[in-house]
Design a protein around this ligand. Structure first.
Ligand SMILES: Cc1ncc(COP(=O)(O)O)c(C=O)c1O
Length: 450
């Protein structure tokens, strides 16, 4: 491992092995150790690493031009990717604004929504309702609609506080997620919040259709998504889907919103959209929103790298590969199998209190007691420790804490959409060995806690 001093800093002081190369679902460090990328990085590398067709498309674009500022030139790559993206989105969602990541995409959606309200004479609308917990990004606008205490608390004085409603965590509240009444119970909290805040002041509702890092692959209860859409329509509140993690096929549909045939006003994507080959994201808006904003003088927003031709050429090649290999279908098929295997592990390991997800966005949550849903003691830092145990065995998984980021450790298993059954066998074996080791390690602490 490289222990030389570093000029880099990110979250903390911890050092990691140095990456050498990555191919398909595997990655190797400079010491030759192999890792299976069981979380596609941070649910990013959906088509696997070092895909030759994507590299070739990037090479071709690089030889022509790597940068063309959007105020100086249109580019073929950005036009083609915008057309392709619009074709894959629900009807009417056909205006695309490119960005370099998920937070930028969320910021762009918030700002377009606000400018739309101004353009149509509804300037009283500015509040954006989102859910608690949720994760929409780390820039201040996106953070204001995020609810995850360890990331938000320090910056509260710098942000405009935005209203939140509880995420529909039926499994924690002891409600049946298959019962429509459960979905309506949580969705109706949106209506109550709109009325509490003042119906003319609410601009939008932003939601991850299937939860990401903050709720660990939370699938909404039956009837929830349809009902929140209906409530948004009723009060003229824009319905914005944050598909940064779920978009581009991960949940077994190109957009997770297709699971419920939703018709959002804006969708944002990033992560799997360019699958880690370049920094790229997209805000896709209904033409009904964009035209009034352009008529009123234009969208007052932009990033230097928006629509970068190299990024767009890579994004286009990624979508071509997703279609050529039917990776959306594979995500649905392999996702079912992966969840079945996780449920098998749940039968053998009492510390797994819940298994959930859709397609290849799956997770399990640790609990000290399945009956009471009590989380593991915070001090065990299970999310960190389990990830390290698996990493040492050569499996990369992703972990966070479900209960406002403070406790309730969940582990996300989200391998690239090119996985085969053989890869799933390998993942399951390494998870099994990691769970056995972790269970042994925490047994004394759990016994003491009883
Ligand atoms: C649902 C969701 N929205 C937004 C973001 C922010 O994306 P980025 O980290 O690319 O800025 C993320 C990142 O994890 C996410 O999962």
């Amino acid at each position: 491992m490289n222990v030389k001093p570093s000029h880099l800093f990110y979250q903390g002081r911890e050092r990691k092995p140095v990456l050498d190369q990555a191919r398909g679902v595997y990655m190797w460090d400079v010491d030759g150790k192999r890792y299976l990328d069981g979380s596609s990085g941070a649910m990013v590398c959906n088509i696997g690493h070092s895909n030759e067709n994507v590299l070739e498309a990037m090479r071709r674009q690089m030889e022509k031009s790597t940068f063309g500022y959007r105020l100086h030139f249109e580019t073929e790559a950005s036009e083609k990717l915008a057309a392709k993206t619009a074709a894959l989105c629900p009807e009417g969602l056909n205006r695309v604004f490119f960005v370099s990541g998920g937070s930028e995409a969320v910021e762009s959606a918030i700002k377009l929504a606000r400018q739309y309200a101004l353009a149509i004479g509804e300037g009283s609308r500015w509040k954006i309702i989102s859910r608690a917990p949720s994760y929409h990004g780390c820039t201040l606008g996106a953070l204001a609609i995020t609810s995850y205490a360890p990331l938000t608390e320090a910056f509260a004085p710098l942000m405009q506080a935005m209203p939140k409603i509880p995420a529909p965590r039926a499994y924690l509240d002891g409600l049946d997620p298959e019962d429509e009444a459960t979905g309506h119970h949580y969705a109706d909290m949106l209506e109550a919040k709109i009325l509490e805040e003042g119906r003319d002041s609410v601009l939008a509702f932003v939601v991850e259709p299937i939860g990401g890092a903050s709720t660990g692959a939370l699938v909404p209860p039956r009837g929830y998504m349809e009902r929140v859409q209906e409530i948004c329509r009723k009060y003229g509140v824009l319905f914005i889907l944050d598909e940064v993690m779920t978009g581009a096929g991960r949940t077994g549909r190109f957009l997770a919103s297709e699971h419920w045939n939703l018709a959002p006003d804006i969708v944002v994507m990033s992560k799997g959209f360019a699958a880690g080959y370049v920094p790229l994201g997209a805000m896709v808006a209904h033409e009904r929103l964009v035209e009034p904003v352009l008529d009123a003088g234009g969208f007052l927003h932009g990033f230097t790298y928006a629509g970068n031709p190299l990024a767009c050429a890579a994004g286009l090649a990624v979508i071509d590969e997703i279609e050529r290999m039917d990776l959306v279908g594979n995500a649905a098929r392999m996702g079912d199998q992966l969840q079945e295997r996780l449920r098998g592990l749940m039968q053998r390991y009492a510390i797994i209190g819940d298994v959930r997800g859709k397609g290849l966005l799956t997770a399990f949550e640790f609990m000290a007691d399945r009956g009471t849903k009590a989380p593991l003691p915070k001090s065990l830092r299970a999310f960190d420790r389990f990830v390290q145990i698996a990493y040492d065995k050569g499996l990369i998984v992703y972990a966070r804490r479900t209960r406002d980021g403070i406790e309730g450790d969940h582990i996300i298993v989200a391998p690239p959409m090119i996985v085969t059954e053989t890869h799933l066998d390998e993942i399951t074996e390494m998870l099994d060995a990691s769970l056995a080791e972790f269970t042994d390690e925490i047994r004394p602490a759990l016994e003491q806690a009883v």
